[in-house]
Design a protein around this ligand. Structure first.
Ligand SMILES: [Zn+2]
Length: 261
């Protein structure tokens, strides 16, 4: 069995054929799914999605991309909802360095992104749930935040790209690294080498559907079924069998999100 640890199945692009998407995933042995929260307006539909479908777990969070829709009461709501039993993780949250550099609005400034992110860490610590963290050009800012408030319940660094040293700093704080379609690209030598050298106990698989298409599938909607191809690519990089990769990465997701396997 394989698990997609990060897919946005609640997005409009899946509204018409979600049952087919899930059945295509099952055909490829992808049988559990984690769907992150990105803004407060969307959390009720995640609650429904995970209650209707036992193979889906969800989290709640405020994604940096949507901070222009952010309201300070969202953080109170996040704290209040965090203890509800359907909430398996806090996130997707984090810091996007590209946004901080390229968008003028104050809500995207590094300082504001860090403040919102640090509240997520605090809430995750209080409810003892894992964090699902978005990063882009922001490892240094994330570690600055971790110095101010240490995460106590681990989580996932989603769509991890970086060096083995970058990975190790997160592992030391109890995080797992999300391995996605990036490793299917010939040009991604650094990330391939990092995942080749990381122990499987630190890795979870993810598609980030509908985004981050695999090599050869650019321009198409990404889907959880593609986890099989990512798993095969990782197995080949690490010279392991598909079964070994499937077993360990699924166990890691069970540990993080509480899936039954
Ligand atoms: Zn995401």
């Amino acid at each position: 069995m394989l698990v997609d640890s990060h897919c946005h199945l609640d997005f409009e692009v899946f509204a018409k054929d979600l049952d087919q998407v899930l059945s295509d995933a099952h055909q490829n042995h992808v049988e559990r799914f984690f769907v992150p929260g990105i803004k407060s307006q969307q959390w009720p539909s995640l609650k429904q999605l995970s209650q209707v479908n036992t193979s889906i777990k969800s989290g709640i969070g405020l994604h940096p991309y949507f901070l222009n829709e952010f309201n300070t009461s969202d953080l109170d709501l996040l704290a209040r909802c965090s203890t509800e039993s359907w909430v398996s993780a806090i996130g997707e949250c984090g810091i996007d360095g590209f946004l901080a550099e390229n968008r003028q609005e104050e809500c995207f400034s590094a300082a504001h992104q860090q403040a919102v992110f640090e509240t997520h860490i605090d809430i995750a610590n209080q409810c003892n749930k894992p964090l699902v963290i978005h990063h882009r050009k922001s490892h240094h800012l994330i570690h600055q935040s971790f110095k101010r408030i240490q995460p106590l319940s681990g989580g996932v660094i989603h769509a991890f790209t970086g060096s083995l040293e970058d990975a190790q700093r997160y592992i030391n704080l109890g995080f797992k690294l999300g391995c996605g379609g990036t490793i299917t690209y010939e040009r991604s030598k650094k990330t391939q080498s990092t995942f080749k050298n990381l122990d499987l106990s630190h890795i979870v698989l993810e598609t980030d559907s509908p985004d981050m298409p695999l090599n050869g599938k650019q321009g198409h909607r990404n889907e959880p079924a593609n986890i099989l191809e990512i798993a095969l690519c990782l197995a080949s990089l690490k010279e392991l069998t598909l079964e070994e990769v499937a077993l360990k990465t699924s166990e890691n997701c069970k540990e993080l999100f509480g899936f039954s396997l």
